[in-house]
Design a protein around this ligand. Structure first.
Ligand SMILES: [Zn+2]
Ligand SMILES: [Zn+2]
Length: 347
């Protein structure tokens, strides 16, 4: 099968993935499923993997490469292990990105991402930038009739990550409250739609790119800001002192230290994008009583909920399609933000 192999790290992300012919994966455990990839979302995490951000934790000895990235996958079941009952060959599925074990206490609490024995296809092991990849039955959600894998693949990670943050935010937001979304890319535009669907809050979208600002307007953001040097004051002006919740989908390049300043007294900042470092005077945390915390992907049931919102037309993924052979163009376009929404790779 054709697959895009990562052979080396490069902080500047100037390396090319190599398109090669490799062996089709085989089932090695009873609960495994081989999925024929319909589409795989291209994620900022893929750029971070190439940059080497994950090398210290995932590849400390430098022996992991080459492998196939791609963790936002949807497609069709090709083959199933001997114990698989819930899907059969031909079924269209979206794949929760994490292969959680199902038996550890964290799994039993429903928090797949906290699983003690999990594995993440596409991060340190072969994923979906290929014609086929292997995951487990537990990770799969069947697509409703009429929904094509390409329309939903990035919901598998970008989507649930945004949805989980939006859902946590919604618990803190009443009608009339303000939520700032910083970065209206692949995740931000899903969070915007999710918040509209599950919360009565007012949404302030912040992005420097005109195309992203337009997308935010089209999706019904109440306010759209360009992220200029006065953005903190602009948010305070609109909100009367600061937002109730700020969700940071960038998390680097200095944005992370603008975001917490937009929160009002008792407000919350959720960190979703990563790579930077937050520095907050402790006195500010105390006087303003703000909370800062991360949000990690999402669990299986959150992906189910998101797929329901998608089926009802309330949350749609905006995407640009690239053939697997052109994955390096997709990566370059992503780096330079030449498309809005998500880049999607089709083998
Ligand atoms: Zn992702
Ligand atoms: Zn587990």
């Amino acid at each position: 099968m054709k697959a895009a192999m990562l052979y080396e790290y490069d902080p500047a992300v100037n390396v090319n993935l190599k398109i090669e012919d490799v062996r089709v994966p085989e089932i090695t455990a009873p609960d495994e499923v081989i999925v024929r990839v319909g589409a795989a979302g291209l994620c900022r995490t893929d750029l971070h993997i190439i940059e080497g951000v994950w090398k210290p934790t995932m590849d400390p000895n430098g022996t992991l490469l080459p492998y196939i990235m791609g963790h936002e996958n949807a497609g069709w079941v090709e083959d199933v292990g001997s114990s698989v009952k819930s899907v059969k060959p031909g079924d269209a599925v979206i794949c929760h990105p994490f292969r959680s074990c199902g038996v550890c206490l964290n799994c039993r609490h429903g928090e797949d991402m906290y699983c003690d024995n999990g594995a993440f296809p596409g991060l340190g092991m072969n994923g979906g930038f290929a014609e086929y990849f292997v995951t487990s039955e537990r990770s799969l959600i069947k697509l409703k009739k009429g929904i094509m894998p390409i329309e939903v693949a990035p919901l598998a990670d970008a989507g649930i990550t945004a949805y989980r943050a939006a859902k946590r935010a919604a618990r803190l937001l009443r009608p009339g409250s303000y939520c700032v979304l910083v970065g209206i890319g692949g995740l931000g535009h899903i969070a915007l739609q999710s918040l509209h669907a599950i919360s009565g809050c007012r949404i302030i979208a912040v992005d420097r790119e005109p195309a992203a600002q337009k997308l935010a307007k089209d999706l019904g953001a109440d306010f759209v800001l360009d992220g200029g040097p006065n953005v903190i004051e602009e948010v305070k002006e609109i909100t009367g002192g600061g937002a109730h919740v700020v969700i940071d989908f960038v998390g680097e390049l200095g944005v992370e230290n603008i975001c917490w300043k937009m929160a009002r007294k008792g407000g919350q900042m959720f960190v979703v994008g990563y790579g930077g470092k937050i520095e907050v005077p402790t006195v500010h945390l105390v006087i303003e009583e703000i909370n800062i915390g991360g949000s990690l992907v999402g669990n299986y049931t959150e992906l189910v909920e998101l797929m329901e919102l998608n089926a009802d037309g309330k949350v749609k993924m905006h995407y640009t399609e690239y053939n697997l052979a052109n994955i390096n163009t997709a990566i370059d376009d992503f780096k330079h933000r030449r498309f809005t929404g998500r880049g999607v790779i089709v083998p």
